[in-house]
Design a protein around this ligand. Structure first.
Ligand code: AMP
Ligand code: ZN
Length: 134
């Protein structure tokens, strides 16, 4: 897509620190990393988000993420790892080209990726369940 920076990076028009590439994806190091080794799985075709990306492509992205995560764990010796994928500005998405974050975690790395739990009532949970499955 014209003007999309991740299209240009994924297709090699803009240089990046690529750590994996195949026909469908390029995996690059994030240039504003949360932690050492923070990487992004970029499909070479433009899809804005989870709602646009085809099922098969997102499934393949997960397979690539697993391979890359395994390699990062071995090489960087991280203690844990988060997969994060933001959809929409409200959810923190800043680049509107689907990407999957691979974020290695290290003890005392000072990051806070997890959410703050809330306490809905049992009725509220049932109501939400009914809305989703109804
Ligand atoms: P998100 O908030 O999920 O849209 O994440 C966008 C991510 O892309 C952020 O973590 C940025 O640091 C990263 N980012 C933005 N531009 C670039 C770039 N040119 N090269 C590498 N990473 C980038
Ligand atoms: Zn794009």
């Amino acid at each position: 897509m014209d003007g999309c920076i991740f299209c240009k990076i994924a297709n090699g028009e803009i240089p990046s620190n690529t750590i994996f590439e195949n026909d469908e994806f390029r995996v690059i190091l994030d240039n504003g990393p949360a932690t050492k080794g923070h990487a992004l799985v970029l499909p070479k075709k433009h899809y804005a988000d989870l709602f646009e990306i085809p099922e098969e492509t997102v499934a393949n992205a997960a397979i690539v993420a697993k391979k890359v995560a395994q390699n990062i764990k071995e090489k960087l010796n991280c203690d844990g790892l988060n997969l994060v994928q933001n959809n929409g500005a409200t959810a923190g998405q800043t680049v509107m080209h689907f990407h999957l974050h691979i974020i290695p975690r290290y003890e005392n790395d000072g990051q806070h990726i997890l959410w703050k739990p809330t306490s809905p009532s049992a009725e509220e949970l049932v109501d939400i369940k009914n809305k989703i499955v109804g």
